[in-house]
Write a protein that binds this ligand. Sequence first.
Ligand code: AMP
Ligand code: GLY
Length: 427
Amino acid sequence: MRILLIGGGGREHALAWKMAESPLCDKLFIAPGNPGTALHGENVPLDIHDKASIGDFALSNDINMVVVGPEVPLVQGLGDHFAADSKLRDILFVGPQAAGARLEGSKAFAKAFMKQHHIPTAGYQTFTCESLQEAYRFVESLSPPYVIKADGLAAGKGVIICSTPEEAKDTIEEMLCNNRFGDASKTVVIEEFLEGREMSVFVITDGNSWKLLPAAKDYKRIGEKDTGANTGGMGAVSPVPFAGPQLMKRIEQRIIQPTISGLKAENIPFTGFIFFGLMVVEDDPYVIEYNVRLGDPEAEVVLPRISSDIVAMMEAAACGRLQDYNVRIINDYAICVVITSGGYPDEFEKGFTVTGLDQVSGSHLFFAGLKHDDNRLVTGGGRVIAITSTGADFHQAREKTYKNARIVDFKGKYYRRDIGKDLIPYI
Ligand code: AMP
Ligand code: GLY
């Protein structure tokens, strides 16, 4: 099979590594990829938002399957572009069309979907600039903290948690009437604050059947002890030691199955991954958000724990015969720490030489914001490298990751030293 993978971060490096292992993969292209994906396939400089170029490339390179890593091309309808074209239609496509991608692309849609299908989530209302006064009244009816969410995609930055009603009202006005997140914040969702433990669950689905993939916990804040600004993700751990069989059963029965059945009931076809961001309140799971792809850096701990052939899995999903596929999961811990440029998620400098990569042993190095400059590898983004170690012993796996995190170096390097620390009591 000739495969085109869309994306260029740590998640796509992990996907490329895993897909290239498959005997079904004859040729792998990654668009645009990064120096890490280039170790497993051929990078091609396509604009991932240019549907026509991606379609043309797929046709002229006899692509059999397209796999989409990030959400934006899905929300923009790359899948619809393939489905609508008589020549592209036969190419297997892993990722939902725009209708299904609204689960991630519109928080107002996702909330209404959950309400309609009785999927547990925080209480909420949606507002626009015209209903600003109603939004203020809704804030006054809630107790702090206040959760204000831009409806559309905002690169992971569209959720603001405010501690006072004044701050909440200013944030709402900024979003709705001053375009804080452009079109993404023309509508906002204001929701109840849920206090609990966060975790993420992943499935692959063909729209009828679904298969559970390893669960993960991620660390979104820049600072240790979950302080400071939200980032794309500073680390991840899989499995989630507090998610025992009873909780997992509740998640399957109350959240996953009703989501798949709800999509079907609404005639929304869905092929690909669904990432359920959950808050576990006491022992009850609630959906905080849907994503229509694998997470980054969650993929860097989820994929190393899958021992079955993921190309066969994706092919089965895209052909509507996922029911017959058996996911095999390795019963090890996987612990990932993301090394970032100093200053991220705010302004940061790029172009610093990265050293120590050849001295790393016993861990996977998944490249993200790294690029070639002549013969050197230099920093080229906020999240530079994700380091993942696996092992039956949580502490040993964690120590291996941190040993290697100390070895990789560049000017301004930063990483959180407490990834997984909160989980130690549950081990
Ligand atoms: P999201 O982008 O929707 O995942 O939200 C970003 C982060 O905000 C989540 O990871 C949670 O930590 C937090 N969050 C979102 N919604 C809620 C909520 N209803 N209650 C408490 N925390 C929330
Ligand atoms: N790590 C969070 C995400 O991929 O959305």
